[in-house]
Design a binder for this molecule. Structure first.
Ligand code: MN
Length: 422
């Protein structure tokens, strides 16, 4: 692959090389601006559009908006033109567009480390799937120990539930321990109080572009026109509340209290070099769920944990799980086709999360309930702490990246620290 160099420095190992160019939203003064991450900086799209450098691509107002929804609605041709323009403005070779470099850089760039990020789109609808065969099997064993771990519909339907978009929060937002009903195993009646089984779910979500009309569907062959990009998702879960409430209608208050996303939407275009074939599906899915393109993506994933005591003693966060998105049984095109097959609508900025991404080995599980097998096998941490589930003061960071040699496209992180119940 030919090397493209940006005139904004990109440190070795940075998630935000010129091959990435992910979209986010950040505070600038009293306003919220859209931006693109490059190295340790953010290119301010509001400033770029105001300088007229994007006027030939689409109406300037699209980039002056505080959220990406108007841009998401415009579709792939505009996304591609914008990506090419940004790359041209940042690159140094013969394909460079030198106009930005000649202007005062102070106006156009801010440092990521001093910037407050925000959820970059108004999320109308949020769906969470259950697409990992390993996770679904593990949870089946834990929640229904006397039954078949995988329910009979799982290999035929991308199972999911409608989540709560109003509690989607950005990386770094504190997570207050939720309260609710749980039924201790030795008791016949439920008790009320803060959850004692606060957990994470390591996931990746896709953000949609143009929607569909009510009554129409999005076939798998057209999914690429409707999917803009991906973020890391932590679907925080209260397992004791969940276990008591989930039958017969599925997840409810055990999930709806908070969902953290990473600040940068990494586009499908940036991820294309890492596309790969997904696992073989057996039985072969129904016609409307068949895909022929390579929809799996080789994204390495990690979960880091730092307890309050580790932080106070200067002990670095410990990686407690490593896995990969490419093993997911159901892919994004199948999920979008399934969601819309009954004629419901998607809109620009909707979020569809993958479900917990668990590998086949115990060090690759994407949740504490699997990593500790519902608390039976606590995780030992440096400094002497051990964890069955999350305790107050714990910080969890999800990370994700694609990498071949020095060619790297990363997601940054989705972090949250647990606060005591109110
Ligand atoms: Mn989930």
């Amino acid at each position: 692959m030919p090397q493209i160099v940006s005139w904004i420095p990109v440190p070795r190992g940075s998630d935000f090389s010129i091959y990435n160019l992910p979209y986010g939203a950040f505070r600038r003064g009293n306003a919220q601006h859209l931006g693109i991450a490059i190295g340790e900086k953010i290119l301010d799209l509001h400033a770029l559009a105001s300088a007229g450098l994007l006027d030939d691509i689409c109406d300037r107002s699209v980039f002056l908006a505080p959220v990406l929804n108007p841009f998401l609605a415009l579709g792939r041709d505009v996304w591609k033109k914008t990506r090419l323009r940004i790359a041209a403005l940042l690159r140094t070779d013969d394909a460079a567009d030198g106009r930005l470099r000649e202007l005062d850089a102070e106006r156009f760039f801010v440092e990521q480390r001093v910037t407050q990020m925000a959820v970059p789109m108004k999320v109308g609808d949020y769906v969470d799937f259950y697409a990992s065969l390993e996770h679904a099997t593990n949870l089946g064993k834990l929640f229904r120990p006397n039954g078949d771990p995988l329910l009979p519909n799982w290999r035929h339907i991308p199972i999911g539930y409608h989540g709560r978009s109003s509690t989607i929060v950005i990386d770094g937002t504190p997570i207050v321990r939720p309260k609710g009903q749980r039924k201790p195993p030795q008791s016949d009646v439920p008790v009320f109080g803060p959850t004692t089984k606060l957990d994470i779910e390591l996931e990746i979500g896709f953000v949609t572009g143009p929607g569909n009309a009510l009554g129409e569907s999005i076939p798998t062959s057209k999914a690429r026109d409707h999917i803009f990009g991906l973020v890391l998702v932590n679907d925080w879960s209260a397992r004791d509340i969940q276990a008591w409430e989930y039958q017969p209608l599925g997840p409810f208050l055990g999930k709806s209290f908070a969902t953290t996303i990473s600040p940068w939407i990494v586009t499908l275009d940036a991820l294309e070099p890492f596309a790969t074939a997904g696992p073989r599906q057996d039985p072969y899915p129904l016609e409307y769920l068949r895909t022929h393109d390579r929809w799996a993506i080789d994204i390495a994933l990690a979960v880091d944990l730092q307890t309050r005591r580790m932080r106070e003693r200067g002990i670095a966060p410990q990686t407690i799980s490593r896995t990969n998105y490419k093993e997911m049984y159901w892919n994004m095109a199948q999920q979008l086709a399934h969601v819309t097959i009954n004629g419901t609508k998607t809109r620009p900025g909707d979020l569809y999360a993958s479900g917990t991404i668990s590998g086949s080995t115990p060090d690759s599980y994407g949740s504490f309930i699997e990593l500790t097998w519902n608390g039976e096998r606590p995780i030992a941490l440096p400094g002497g702490d051990e964890r069955r589930f999350l305790e107050d003061g714990d910080t969890v960071a999800l990370r994700g990246w694609c990498e071949v040699g020095e060619f790297r496209v990363g997601f940054g992180h989705a972090t949250g620290t647990i606060q005591p119940a109110n």
